[in-house]
Design a protein around this ligand. Sequence first.
Ligand SMILES: *[C@@H]1O[C@H](CO)[C@@H](O)[C@H](O)[C@H]1NC(C)=O
Ligand SMILES: *[C@@H]1O[C@H](CO)[C@@H](O)[C@H](O)[C@H]1NC(C)=O
Ligand SMILES: *[C@@H]1O[C@H](CO)[C@@H](O)[C@H](O)[C@H]1NC(C)=O
Ligand SMILES: *[C@@H]1O[C@H](CO)[C@@H](O)[C@H](O)[C@H]1NC(C)=O
Length: 428
Amino acid sequence: MQCSWKSVILLALASIAIQYTAIRTLTSKPFQLCPLLGLQNCGLGAQDTDAPFERGTTGGGGCDDDPYFSINATRKLHILVLATTRSGSTFFGQLLNQHQDIFYLFEPLFHVSATLVPHPSHTRNPADRRVTLGANRDLLRSLYGCDLYFLENYIRPTPTNHTTDNLFRRGASRALCQQPVCDTLGPGDANVEEQDCVKKCSTLNMTLATEACREKRHVAIKVVRVPEIGDLRALVEDPRLNIKVIQLVRDPRGILSSRIDTFRDPHRLWRIWRATGRRPYNLDMNQLTVICEDFFGSVSTGLSHPQWLKGKYMLVRYEDLATNPLLKTQEIYDFLGLTMDKNVKHWIRANTQGSDDPAAKHKFGTTRDSAANAESWRLKMSYDIVQSTQTVCQKVLNQLGYKAVKSVEELKNMSFSLVQEKTFVPFL
Ligand SMILES: *[C@@H]1O[C@H](CO)[C@@H](O)[C@H](O)[C@H]1NC(C)=O
Ligand SMILES: *[C@@H]1O[C@H](CO)[C@@H](O)[C@H](O)[C@H]1NC(C)=O
Ligand SMILES: *[C@@H]1O[C@H](CO)[C@@H](O)[C@H](O)[C@H]1NC(C)=O
Ligand SMILES: *[C@@H]1O[C@H](CO)[C@@H](O)[C@H](O)[C@H]1NC(C)=O
């Protein structure tokens, strides 16, 4: 019963946030219809004008003359990378970010959960989940239309004059670290590191960011805050969009290990377990259960090939990508119907082979010698943590072809791979 007052306050705060979002969503029609329109009619300035939105209410037909949503053989592609935190999605994102025709955003949904609503994976309340997911879908729809002003609704502190210093992981988007969006960097700084981008580029001008997005042929967005692929159905079926979903998965034991190292505070009890070999009595396994159930549900939906995903779905195991990055990336580009350009190839070479270049070391710590890295969790995790995880996540392990270990020897024997050969062909 300790701490229960905290829960009460948290619950109260959460419900206020949800009501707030619900009210905003219901009262602000322009929010949903904005993406139908050009930038000039959109964004915050348009909220009190009703007339432009009539065009939107006529449905998909009204969009034909909008170059960003026109139905055309060479249509703009809207790529959605559906992942979870610590599943190798930063690495994966780079494979798209580096392409010269792609405008890439790294987890813009962060701003939704940071300002208004709880992370959908952290709540089982169906009403909470619906509200969060609705807000997420609206934001994604806008961003695919390059309406970055819409994102300002969620950035805190609220941007003034369409500028902000608070876009989450701005430095992870190449286009936002280049001229003209960042004019302190010259053309020679084409491959600026994320931290350098943040240090060197001044305040982000959202108007310039929007223009940069519109100049690219395609838009790719990575999300980790959508627990089930089924939650994306409304987006995938939206005739204004041309979405292709890549579901990036990883061994949940590896995900857990990486989260324990990265998000130290929320995993304090797990660290105690790992260090002492004794499971703290108050460790709540429920969160892991929820994660693995969502994961299993999401992958099951994808792999069951529902009609609405036809031609639009591919599953990629991070471990396969790490073992064979060039080949796997080629498959991904084939699925997208795009040509993998030389920037992408160059980035893969520079970041996945144990090159002797010392400058490469800090670059992508997680991907240098990426194949070894994908299974390195086995050396960090104790056998009993692994065993408990296997019990809770058994279904998804089976489904994705990750072997359960039956002894410490098996766990620590790195010449015995836990990743079974398994082919996941794109749903064409
Ligand atoms: C599609 O759009 C492109 C660029 O806007 C244009 O050049 C092309 O002719 C269009 N194709 C069709 C089939 O309408
Ligand atoms: C926003 O722009 C207006 C007009 O140019 C200016 O007066 C104001 O100081 C700007 N606000 C901020 C916070 O920069
Ligand atoms: C942002 O960029 C646009 C387009 O170049 C420009 O008109 C605007 O003045 C800039 N905003 C600020 C606050 O500098
Ligand atoms: C490690 O696994 C390999 C491959 O399965 C096996 O041949 C070898 O005997 C194992 N080594 C130990 C020490 O168990």
